[in-house]
Design a protein around this ligand. Structure first.
Ligand code: NAD
Length: 260
């Protein structure tokens, strides 16, 4: 379906981003990877995508907290592949503390990476999408884009911001062939969440498995994790022709979290 199109997935060296890049590649898209990690492991992943799916893949080390590097990454994608057709804003970090203990530097980093980076990628990618009269923007928000939890002031503010940004972009691009949607996952077992489980186990003295079950059951009626591949599949659907009139939506994929 996406053969001949190019997708840029921010934060695609791990977790949801990597699974989404793989799903888009499996559907035929060329891929620009981005994110931090071991150089050799990233190169293995990049070459593996080309070999497994017969597409072209490249990698940008741009730091999503740096607007200049983001602009360069979008320009490099358009230069290397001739276009940027599918933009997935996925890079994200987490930090957990009560507001009075929340380090200012962590607030700034989370707002920059989880929110402002999407403003910077979209403003750079939109002119090309509008000129080609085709584009798909998928912002990986969170259940925390729709409801809150204690100790996540920066994350919840950023994710609510992403849901709002999604709506504005959708309205502005509604008649330009460009859609913009948000995906709001519940718990997905990735390194970002594993760290929260490990920290809880360390603090409580309980086992990792006990804390895993506790974490799920505090928020989700369904006591199982969403798989990163499930987010990839939803992204591929939102990039498809079948989804051409879906725009400005916030899609929950959360085991019933926000239904309560
Ligand atoms: P992860 O830690 O596995 O992956 C995060 C990715 O972002 C990595 O590739 C990392 O290198 C990259 N990254 C971090 N800082 C960056 C920076 N400054 N510049 C460039 N890349 C950077 O996390 P994940 O769980 O896969 O999360 C991906 C997205 O999904 C995040 O936006 C997160 O908020 C969201 N999300 C995750 C869950 C979950 O349960 N895991 C739930 C809802 C939403």
């Amino acid at each position: 379906m996406l053969k001949g199109k190019t997708a840029l997935v921010t934060g695609s060296t791990s977790g949801i981003g990597l699974a989404t890049a793989r799903a888009l590649a499996a559907d035929g898209a060329n891929i620009m990877l981005n994110g931090f990690g071991d150089k050799d492991a990233i190169e293995k992943e990049r070459a593996g995508l080309e070999k497994e799916f017969g597409i072209k893949a490249s990698y940008s080390a741009a730091d999503m907290s740096k607007p200049g590097e983001i602009a360069e990454m979008v320009a490099a994608t358009e230069k290397q592949f001739g276009a940027l057709d599918v933009l997935v804003n996925n890079a994200g970090i987490q930090f957990v503390a009560n507001i009075e203990d929340f380090p200012v530097e962590r607030w700034d980093a989370i707002i920059a990476i989880n929110l402002s980076s999407s403003f910077h990628t979209i403003r750079a990618a939109m002119p090309g999408m509008k000129a080609r009269k085709w584009g798909r923007i998928v912002n990986i928000a969170s259940a925390h884009g729709l409801v809150a939890s204690a100790q996540k002031v920066a994350y919840v503010a950023a994710k609510h911001g992403i849901v709002g940004l999604t709506k504005v972009v959708a309205i502005e691009a509604a008649n330009a062939g460009v859609t913009c949607n948000a995906i709001c996952p519940g718990w997905v077992l990735t390194p970002l969440v594993q760290k929260q489980i490990d920290d809880r186990a360390k603090a409580s003295g309980k086992s990792v498995r006990e804390e895993e079950i506790a974490l799920l059951s505090e928020k989700q009626p369904m006591h199982q994790f969403t798989k990163p591949e499930n987010i990839g599949a939803l992204t591929v659907f939102l990039a498809s022709d079948a989804a051409a009139s879906i725009t400005g939506s916030a899609y929950s994929i959360d085991g019933g979290w926000v239904a309560q």
